[in-house]
Design a protein around this ligand. Sequence first.
Ligand code: SF4
Length: 272
Amino acid sequence: MTTEYLYKHPKTLLNKGTGFLAGYSHSLNPYTGCTFGCSYCYVRQMPVSTFRGAEWGTWVDIKQGAANVFQKELVRAKNKGPVTIFMSSSTDPYQPIEHKEQITRSLLEVMVSDPPDFVFVQTRSPLVRRDIDLLLRLGEKVRVSMTIETDMEDIRKYFSPDAPPIAARLKTLQLLADAGVPTQATIAPMLPSSEAFPQLLKPLVDRVCLDDYFMGDGSGGKRTRNLGIQAKYDQIGMEEWYGPSAYQIVYDRLKQVFPEDQIYVSQKGFEP
Ligand code: SF4
């Protein structure tokens, strides 16, 4: 699938942290749109996507000059109080085009020279490893949350064919942890996985976040229902994995491997 890229010059980058992200003072999106185009992505249902008139996953706006705008906003925000940033809420900050454009890297550079109180980097891309040098300079003021919804590559391909392979994400978590960057594995949205999944994560992280459509889509599962995701489960005979209590399957498996204080459910796992 070809991706349409447009350059934009936004006047603001920081948005107020609201709803699910109310624990943050701000959210920060280096891009608009997301080429990973996951089938379950509820951003599809939001105005940013519905007003666009093109299918979610087929377009990305690149926020050129983002660092200059952000630098000034960050100074102003810090003058008003603590600044905690969630990056990103409606895209993945490590789009494939980030390799060339380096918008996210430029924002991290700003944060290294003028650190916010905390920044949470939410991604599923191995490209985050490129920025280990900057992440290390943020010390304990950063956490990289790597989305790993399942350990089963065929399931990943079925729900999210254009996203990076699971093995590459696990490898990246390993590299980040070895370097000393604070990390977590984020099983969100929880997809069907094998019994061995927690064992796979255990050597890589001491913090796991588990979330599903019902707790985590910001609408009690309504947005996901509108996407018709249940039918995707039915098609592959995985009905038992779709429902408000299905997360217990993985939660109970995690509990056998991780201490309970290392397992965070839904919003708690995304807080600063
Ligand atoms: S990576 Fe995140 S923002 Fe991008 S399509 Fe998937 S769920 Fe949506």
